[in-house]
Design a protein around this ligand. Structure first.
Ligand SMILES: CC(C)(COP(=O)(O)OP(=O)(O)OC[C@H]1O[C@@H](n2cnc3c(N)ncnc32)[C@H](O)[C@@H]1OP(=O)(O)O)[C@@H](O)C(=O)NCCC(=O)NCCS
Length: 267
């Protein structure tokens, strides 16, 4: 097993620091979903990680995702003396297999929903403006969870991310309305077999009224018969887990999310 560092230009520009991602070879994506973690041995992983980070003087912040519970943060810290290891919690990958049927148990209209309310899937660009306040609500993201990134900086980063996704970074953007107003958003990345949701959010005033569920039902109605659905959420984000469970997703795998800070880095 090898660990390699892949630069993250977007994160670097947003945070004003050279950032990289810790990747593994062979890549995780090439392995069957339900078998890859068993092959990983903690000692091999620690050695590969230490080797990759040893000469990374050019990188200030490295993000890594490892199978949950495989390596203790203290064991990582012991092999990375020039780095501060920050455990940011566990991320769950939720998965819904492709299926011909839609979501079972779909609810009738709730809350303030009216006849104008629907979900629109934009293939090009969508207006990000109504959804920028979500930037302050992505509290379970690694940017908001990292104590060395200020809340203002994390929110600015999310505002940029929401804007970029709506302006073409996502292949499709689903927008749901409630009472005729934009209320929820999901951004989609598509390949022939999967649809990955990156940003999922419902504005605070519209939560708990079925908007998230309508959004995902629309995505599944459009893509779910030929593509499986993948979406990641922090293990403590109960609202997200309930939403994904309600539309037929099941937890597929769990990662520890880590930030490694280079203590010797100078700009
Ligand atoms: C997660 C989020 C998108 C849910 O949207 P929502 O419109 O409030 O969800 P819905 O009203 O459609 O509820 C969907 C299901 O989840 C359940 N649910 C929603 N919020 C919940 C909560 N806080 N706790 C427990 N269950 C919850 C509902 O009961 C519902 O289940 P049911 O249809 O079987 O009754 C919303 O809370 C949000 O935007 N949070 C902040 C951003 C965020 O964390 N996004 C997810 C990133 S992975």
């Amino acid at each position: 097993m090898n660990a390699i560092l892949t630069p993250l230009p977007w994160d670097s520009a947003q945070l004003g620091l050279p950032c990289s991602r810790l990747d593994w070879e062979p890549p995780v994506q090439a392995r069957p979903h339900d078998t890859w973690p068993d092959e990983w041995l903690p000692d091999e992983l620690l050695t590969a990680m230490a080797t990759a980070l040893h000469d990374a003087a050019h990188t200030a912040l490295v993000v890594g995702k490892l199978p949950a519970g495989l390596c203790e943060p203290s064991a990582m810290q012991a092999v990375l003396p020039g780095w501060r290891v920050q455990m940011l919690g566990v991320e769950v990958v939720h998965h819904r297999p492709a299926s011909a049927s839609g979501v079972r148990g779909t609810r009738d209209a709730r809350g303030d929903r009216d006849d104008r309310d629907d979900v629109t899937l934009y293939a090009g660009t969508a207006d990000p403006t109504p959804f920028l306040p979500l930037a302050w609500d992505m509290l379970y993201s690694r940017y908001h969870l990292d104590p060395e990134i200020s809340t203002t900086r994390a929110a600015a980063l999310w505002e940029a991310s929401i804007t970029d996704h709506c302006q073409g970074f996502a292949q499709e953007t689903a927008v749901a309305t409630l009472g005729g107003r934009p209320a929820g958003i999901a951004t989609l990345h598509l390949d022939p077999e999967t649809v990955r949701l990156h940003i999922v959010g419902v504005l605070a005033w519209a939560r708990g009224q079925g908007v998230g569920r309508r959004l995902l039902e629309a995505v599944i109605a459009r893509h779910g018969h030929q593509r499986s659905l993948l979406v990641e959420a922090h293990a403590e984000n109960r609202a997200a887990a309930a939403l994904y469970g309600a539309v037929g997703c099941r937890p597929l795998r769990r990662y520890d999310v880590l930030h490694f800070r280079n203590l010797t880095f100078t700009m």
